[in-house]
Design a protein around this ligand. Structure first.
Ligand code: MOS
Length: 706
């Protein structure tokens, strides 16, 4: 069938405004700044998972060449924020507070030395003795200890799937995944005065980091300057302020010199969160013609003993399909592990892995094409709130993707399509994520040299925020995008939200739109402005050096009447070697309904990156703990596998590219999360189609297929 949707060529649109700086190395990441008198910190981690430190011998480390300090719970400068009277019972790890150990790898010392190598060597000399307690690190053995989080959800009748004519009831396991962005988390902390501080920090939010550091050290917020003009990926790992950042700031106070702390790749596995290992059970039932009668979704994820991390794992089952009966339960189990944190598509990516697998299983039980099954249960209004959608073009997305992958070649009978000795299979999975808009402030200035300057505090962690903002500004004012200069990732700039939750293009883009519209109005009001768009000539004629506005932009109140989501559909063709069980992803097509696509090139990269992450989730990623010691065994890139070039085909990114009429003036919706939500089940569903083997425990390594 021919698609009737016109697609904007994803190769059109401006290239990355920071592309040249990045590929030439001119873009500086937080650890790359030369700060006068800088010293180097290295963390030392515990080697037990639970207990107390009984003695800590730091003498050899302190005497080692070039060492300035060994900071432990015994000598760490007081962190006043740890001692305010309103401390909750559970919360973020308070680094170097006392001798208690909650997880293996928990920092017990920070060595500061004149060079990194000397700090690293001295770290090896720190000797700890422990009083060890029995630890628990295995979720599968502790499912009975789950504590319910949030309210159980019931729509219609509970467990209605049980009495449906056709049903599937299965369990799905997602292992722990670690964000592992290319850029290691790093901070340089420099005290400029007793209560004044500059940091160069890997963070997704300079304003939130500014607040968190100020609160921890009880200094005025404006006295903390946070710089993060370039961020080398994050995926959620830099959403919050972590203990190592507090430790570096405390250390700089102690040694009275700037301290640079770059986490090692191994530290990244225990210091900056992860997508938690999660057990799920889905019961799903339908009439014999494929109308859903009920979905029951239970999930239990792991968290640390000192802090509860929760995410919306089961929400997608409440939202995605028009089932009259849905009930969900969500629990967490406290284990001797570090606290998880949001990772791209937090909750929904985990939930979609189970839901979209179960739906695929149901499609075979019904002998109905998986796309057809989804169309028969398409939600025309939001099943949770009953509200109309602000926009939803999911049906178009199914069609676009099916056409592009060649879905008509798929065989309904698994294991029957063979090419050159490889089993061929097709699979699909869908995703959704809330489309949001919050508040942001943007300064827009048109200068006499013709340059449009845009300033706002938001960080660009890689999705192309700067490029999208420059594009919006250029379009509103009708100037070439090459004439736009954008400044971001700096806490002294006008406030913007943290980069996260797929809301930055909508929120900050709207603020850029508003500021540039206001600027345009100001030009119109100038002498001669009514008849000219030549801003430079207008400035000159009116003897003005520049024209500038600062605009506060807020989310639209009318959104209360609508349910706003972005949608995605992912199509995968796999080749499976029947002898070795090796899986090759041969084709990947991801389609997004993300409203109007503001910046096609960076948007396509965003979608491709999400697909690659989902392929990694399906086939490779798994952080493994040796439960005898409660210690991670694959905390490095040799043993923790992520996809490399050779694992990934040319991923095609397609967009429905129809504006959302309500969310913001551009009609844009977010796409950071939906890029990865639904990809992993699409891969696993394709493997089933190729082999007839249903794998319900990720990742699908070859041993599970032979
Ligand atoms: Mo994200 S998990 O929106 O950084």
């Amino acid at each position: 069938m021919e698609s009737k949707i016109k697609v904007k060529d994803p190769e059109l649109g401006p290239s990355r405004v920071d592309g040249r700086l990045k590929v030439t190395g001119a873009a500086k990441y937080s650890a790359e700044y030369s700060v006068k008198g800088v010293t180097y910190g290295v963390l030392v981690g515990s080697t037990i998972a639970k207990g107390t430190i009984t003695s800590l011998d730091t003498r050899a480390a302190e005497r080692a060449p070039g060492v300035l300090a060994v900071i432990t719970y015994q000598n760490c400068p007081e962190i006043p924020g740890y001692h305010t009277p309103d401390q909750p019972a559970k919360g973020p790890l308070k680094i170097f507070l006392d001798n208690k150990i909650y997880f293996n790898g928990q920092p017990i010392a920070l060595v500061v030395a004149e060079t990194f190598e000397r700090a690293l060597f001295a770290g090896s000399l720190v000797k700890a003795q422990y009083n060890k307690d029995d630890h628990q690190t295995d979720l599968k053995n502790n499912l009975q200890n789950g504590i319910a989080k949030g309210k159980d959800y019931v729509r219609g009748q509970e467990d209605a799937y049980k009495t449906a004519p056709v049903k599937v009831e299965q369990e799905y396991l997602l292992p722990t995944e670690v964000h592992n962005p290319m850029e290691l988390h790093a901070i340089i902390a420099r005290w400029d005065a007793d209560n004044k501080l500059t940091i160069w920090d890997k963070t997704q939010g300079v304003k939130s980091t500014q607040r968190n550091i100020a609160n921890a050290f009880k200094i005025p917020t404006e006295n903390v300057q946070v710089n993060a003009p370039f961020v080398g990926g994050a995926f959620g790992a830099a959403l919050r302020t972590w203990p190592h950042e507090i430790a570096a700031v405390a250390a700089a106070k102690l040694v009275k010199r700037p301290v640079k702390l770059v986490l090692s790749r191994a530290d990244m596995f225990t210091s900056v969160g992860y997508r938690p290992l999660t057990w799920q059970k889905i019961g799903i039932g339908a009439t014999s013609d494929g109308k859903l009668e009920g979905i029951t979704h239970e999930a239990t994820g792991q968290t640390s003993v000192y802090e509860d991390f929760t995410e919306g794992v089961v929400n997608i089952s409440q939202l995605m399909y028009a089932s009259p009966n849905v009930n969900t339960k969500y629990k967490v189990v406290s284990l001797n592990v570090n606290t998880p944190t949001p990772m791209r598509g937090p909750g929904e990516a985990t939930g979609a892995w189970a839901l979209e697998s179960a739906l695929d299983e149901l499609s075979y039980a019904l002998n109905i094409d998986p796309i057809e099954l989804r169309l028969r249960n398409h939600a025309d209004t939001d099943p949770l709130s009953g509200k109309p959608y602000s926009s939803k073009f999911l049906k178009e997305a199914y069609q676009l993707g099916a056409d592009r992958i060649g879905w008509s070649e798929r065989r309904q009978q698994p294991g029957t399509l063979v090419k050159d000795g490889w089993l061929v299979g097709y699979g699909m999975g869908a995703g959704m994520f809330g489309a949001y808009r919050s508040n942001a402030t943007v300064t827009a200035r048109l200068q006499a040299d013709g340059i449009l300057v845009l300033q706002t505090a938001v960080t660009d962690i890689g999705p192309g925020t700067g490029t999208a903002m420059a594009t919006i500004g250029a379009e509103v004012l009708g100037v070439p995008v090459e004439k736009v200069k954008i400044f971001l990732g700096d806490s002294s700039l006008p406030p913007s939200p943290t980069q996260g939750g797929s809301q930055v293009t909508s929120t900050v883009g709207a603020a850029v739109f508003d500021a540039c519209t206001e600027l345009k109005t100001k030009f119109k009001a100038l002498e001669g402005g009514a008849n000219s768009n030549d801003y430079v000539q207008l400035l000159n004629a009116n003897k003005l050096p520049q024209l500038e506005v600062t605009t506060v932009s807020k989310g639209g109140a009318e959104m209360g009447n609508y349910a706003a989501y972005s949608w995605s559909v992912h199509f995968i063709q796999v080749l499976v070697n029947p002898v070795t069980g090796v899986v090759k992803v041969n084709k990947a097509v991801s389609v997004a309904d993300a409203g109007h696509i503001v910046s096609p090139k960076t948007a396509a990269s965003q979608i491709k990156g999400g697909a690659i992450m989902g392929i990694g989730m399906a086939l490779m990623e798994e952080a493994l703990i040796d439960h005898r010691y409660g210690r991670l065994v694959n905390n490095n890139f040799g043993d923790y596998h992520v996809p490399v070039q050779a694992d990934i085909p040319q991923v095609e990114a397609l967009f429905v590219n129809k504006p959302d009429p309500y969310l913001n003036p551009m009609g844009a919706k977010g796409m950071g999360e939906i890029a990865t939500i639904g990809v992993a089940p699409a891969v696993v569903n394709a493997i089933y189609n190729a082999t007839g083997k249903r794998i319900r425990e990720l990742p699908v390594t070859p041993d599970k297929l032979i």
